[in-house]
Design a protein around this ligand. Sequence first.
Ligand SMILES: N[C@@H](CCC(=O)N[C@@H](CS)C(=O)NCC(=O)O)C(=O)O
Length: 226
Amino acid sequence: MRELFELCGSDPHVLFSPYCWRVRLALQHKGLTFSSRPLNFTDKAPLACSGQTLVPVLRDGEQVVHDSVAIFAYLDRAYPEHPLLGDGVAATRARLLEKVVFQSLRMPLLKILVPRVHAVITEADQAYFRSTREKALGMSLEAFADPQAGEQALRQALQPLETWLTEQPYLDGEAPAGSDYLIAGLLFWAWCLGTQPWGEGTAVDQWFQRLLTRYEAQYGPVQRAL
Ligand SMILES: N[C@@H](CCC(=O)N[C@@H](CS)C(=O)NCC(=O)O)C(=O)O
């Protein structure tokens, strides 16, 4: 039995965590089936088996793994066909890419998505989200959120990927792999929250659409928040 513990809104079909999307895309890459265990932010008890409080958590038979990059590494060990990260230097480079690009895209996206996250979660989660995020950001959600500035910053941060993706269809070359999913998880975050803050028809957009099409061909349509 394979189970993915992941974050959901008040509608359990709206799954909007970038880290959980990475894992969904990785499972699709490996051709593995799984059942979803959607959880609200405040629904922590089911995560006790992982010894920490964040999603994603993958339970695969007796194995329980948390943290998206650790889950990629686990999947490569347990299911070596169709590597996600690969070994040695390749795996290290993918982790480096994750740090560099993820850091540059996360803040602009957060500026865009904070109001949308707040709108799709339960009342109890709204209070939790506000207090934890305001503490982390050092300001109110209202002071932080700025979708227009976020979109401008995001488009600038996407520029290196835009150039890269005009030269090849996927970040990892002719076929998608770990780097694609580590980054695309962030765009699925926005997509599921009902927005597409990157330019339509750009190389990044075409890449995202290719990944979405592959994913939906295997697991069905992605539920987007209204
Ligand atoms: N480094 C972790 C980050 C996991 C993480 O921050 N997950 C968020 C969901 S986007 C979470 O579980 N948040 C719950 C909370 O804030 O209590 C990974 O890559 O999996």
